[in-house]
Structure formats: structure tokens, C-alpha cells
Write a protein that binds this ligand. Structure first.
Ligand code: PLP
Length: 388
């Protein structure tokens, strides 16, 4: 059976060019970058070259990039690093109710350490109102953390506007750009952010490597304790192949971005419109325009997301019912609930995220298969019978 992968927000396949770039760093250039002999220094050089390329992708300087084990660590480091370095100035943090668990749960952890966290509400599209951010600021606020784009519904937040508010109030501003880096233009100065999280496996790089951008001059309390790697900002022997792979993925993303945005937007809209036409009682979740070019998130009434997902799997089509991290959970997505979708509709949601190798033929196949699956499930559904 031909397999169709439509879960690129969960992870992307590693680009063959990325794998090629990484391979020598497992074998020939295997030294520890902290070692002073040539084997180590070669690896160190590769890291520094990679740092320049990753920085370039977001308009930053190389010394502002700290490599981490992924987006989760970058988010944890940003929030805890600012909180513990600035706890004497104030103990209040502002974030939103639709952040990734890596931010929400770090917020919850900080609440157990004496910090207070405001989780801002969203409108029905999943947008944060910059005015709500302004109103939530107190003289104790030390950090604002709002994601660049949501991983479930794809809504792109007004980061540049919030950046201006944070700057005026002289409060550090972090954005989780895990879903946007390499997919849409990201520039730290244009966005007005002080800290920004990235993850390589969302942009055709390897898993287990990411980075936190830290604007020059900002001091964070280290999150990892140990050696002096990353100028004392992140201990542990560097993941050299991962870092090299991340930088190659960043280079490729930069070269292909504008063409990909156009191509994916066309395929996304074709899929959304096709599903709306072919399946009644269906809605698009998230903002219709201010959304990631590859994200489709639909609520389909009278069927369960999980049943659709399993039936699509039998047809060789991989999609998600929400974020990958919560797909084994039976709770409805916190994102859908936060944007006002009733639980029964949240249970009937599907996320389809397109990628570099998604073809129009694959979209046509989903448009043929999914309506058929929905009709079959609805014919058996007690939910539909009780509605009639
Ligand atoms: N932030 C967002 C918005 C994400 O989508 C993800 C992954 O799904 C993460 C953070 C976590 O990244 P990682 O898997 O690299 O830890």
C-alpha cells in the first residue's frame, strides 16, 4: 500500500542531504569538541560553522545560539532560566493557554516554586490579543512567553506587536518558534523577541537537537549543570552530528522557503475546501488566513477523531487527532478547548499537516478516502442518531 504521511507537525522525515552531512561526524570526525587535539578541534569547528548557519536562519548572531536537546529543553531553559535569574526583580510570568506542554508545564512547575503565571485566553481563532498582554503586565512581570504559531491549529500569533509591548515595558519576551522556524520567515529583530526556541526535527533535521536563541547581554540561570560547554550556558558533550544536521536543514529550509510556502498554501487550501465541500457538519479550526501554510485542523461532527485516525491508518494515511504528545491521551486537546470548541467537537478533530514531499495526488487521495470513512463511521454513530 502507498503510504501518505500527513503529520509533519509531529515530526518530519530527515532530509537525505541532512543525513549525508551528518554521517562523517559519527565516524571520521568523532572527537569530543572539548578535546584540545585535532580530532576534537575539527568537531568544534563544525559546531561553530553550524552555529552561524542556524543563527542566519533567524537573523541572529552566532554567539546568541545555544544548542539544546530539542524544543522542549529550549522552552524549559527559557522560562526557568529567566525566572531563576530574575526572581528577585519579580515573580510574574505571562503566557497563553494554547502553548505547547513544554511551556505550560514549565509554567506549572514554576508556580510550585513561588512564581505566578497568567495563562491568557484566546479568541475563537486561537489568537492572543496584544491588548490582553498589555493589561496583564504588573510591576512584578519578568517574562512574556507567547508561541509564534500553534502546533495544533496552526494559528500565527501577533508576535511583533507583542514584542513592542514587551520592549516598552522592559520585560523579556520569549517565543516558541518550533513550528515556524524553517517554514515561514522568522527574524528575531523584526519579531522583537529576546529568546526563541527551535527544534531541528520539525524542519527535516534530526531528532534530539534544537536551540535557544538568547539575545546578546541576557543572562539566564543555566538549566543543565556540569561542564563549560556552550560558554557555560548548557553543560554536556555536544551532539555534533545533530548540530551539523540541524545546520544543513536550516540552510536547505532557507533556500526552499518561499517556493514551499506557496506550494503548501495551495495544497492546504485545496484540502480544506475539498473537505468542507464533501463532508457536512465540518469546520476548520484556527485562523483561516493567519495560519501555517501546511496546517489543516478540522472538527467533524458525530465521529471520533481517533476512529477517523485509525481508519485512515488502515488506508496507509498518517494523520493526528491533536498534538503528537497528547495523542495517547483520552482528554480533549487543551488548545481546542481554550479556543472555545465544545468537548464533543474537540473529540471529533483531525490535524493533517503537509510537508516537503506531499503531492497533489496525495491530497486528492485523502479527499476521496476521508469522506468515505466519515460516512461509514456516521452510519454506525450513536452521536448522529441522537442528533436526528
Ligand atoms: N513546541 C512546539 C510548538 C512543538 O510543536 C513541539 C513539538 O511538538 C515542541 C515545542 C517540543 O519540541 P521537541 O520535540 O524538539 O522537544
Amino acid at each position: 500500500m502507498r503510504r501518505i504521511y500527513l503529520d509533519h507537525a509531529a515530526t518530519t522525515p530527515t532530509h537525505p542531504e541532512v543525513v549525508k552531512a551528518m554521517l562523517p561526524y559519527f565516524t571520521d570526525v568523532f572527537g569530543n569538541p572539548s578535546s584540545i587535539y585535532f580530532c576534537g578541534q575539527e568537531a568544534k569547528e563544525a559546531i561553530e560553522e553550524a552555529r552561524v548557519k542556524v543563527a542566519d536562519l533567524i537573523g541572529a548572531r552566532d554567539e546568541e545560539i545555544v544548542f539544546t536537546s530539542g524544543g522542549t529543553e529550549a522552552d524549559n531553559f527559557a522560562l526557568e532560566g529567566v525566572a531563576f535569574a530574575n526572581g528577585k526583580k519579580g515573580k510574574h510570568i505571562i503566557t497563553s493557554a494554547i502553548e505547547h506542554h513544554a511551556v505550560i508545564e514549565t509554567g506549572r512547575f514554576l508556580e510550585t516554586r513561588g512564581f505566578s503565571v497568567t495563562y491568557l485566553p484566546l479568541d475563537g481563532y486561537g489568537l492572543v490579543d496584544p491588548d490582553d498582554v498589555r493589561k496583564a503586565i504588573t510591576d512584578k512581570t519578568i517574562l512574556i512567553s507567547i508561541m509564534h504559531a500553534n502546533n495544533e491549529v496552526g494559528t500565527i500569533e501577533p508576535i511583533a506587536e507583542i514584542g513592542k509591548i514587551a520592549k516598552e515595558a522592559e520585560i523579556y519576551f520569549h517565543t516558541d518558534a518550533v513550528q515556524t522556524t524553517g517554514h515561514t520567515p522568522v527574524n528575531v529583530d523584526e519579531l522583537g523577541v529576546d529568546l526563541l526556541s527551535m527544534s531541528a526535527h520539525k524542519l527535516y533535521g534530526p531528532k534530539g537537537i534544537g536551540a535557544l536563541y538568547i539575545r546578546k547581554g541576557i543572562k539566564l540561570t543555566p538549566f543543565m549543570h556540569g561542564g563549560e560547554q556552550e560558554k557555560g550556558r548548557r553543560a554536556s558533550t555536544e551532539n555534533v552530528p545533530g548540530i551539523v544536521g540541524f545546520s544543513r536543514a536550516a540552510e536547505l529550509a532557507q533556500q526552499e522557503m518561499s517556493e514551499e510556502v506557496e506550494r503548501l498554501t495551495y495544497l492546504r487550501d485545496k484540502l480544506v475546501n475539498g473537505l468542507l465541500e464533501r463532508i457536512d457538519h465540518t469546520r476548520l479550526n484556527g485562523h483561516p488566513v493567519k495560519r501555517l501554510p501546511n496546517n489543516v485542523n478540522m472538527s467533524i461532527d458525530f465521529v471520533e477523531g481517533e476512529s477517523m485516525c485509525l481508519n485512515l491508518d488502515l488506508e496507509g494515511i498518517c494523520v493526528s487527532t491533536g498534538s503528537a504528545c497528547s495523542s495517547s491521551s483520552t482528554k480533549p486537546s487543551h488548545v481546542l478547548l481554550a479556543i472555545g470548541i465544545p468537548p464533543e467537537q474537540a473529540y471529533g478533530s483531525l490535524r493533517l499537516t503537509l510537508g516537503k514531499w506531499t503531492t497533489e495526488e496525495e491530497i486528492d487521495r485523502v479527499l476521496e478516502v476521508l469522506p468515505r470513512i466519515v460516512a461509514k463511521l456516521r452510519a454506525m454513530s450513536p452521536l448522529l442518531r441522537s442528533h436526528k
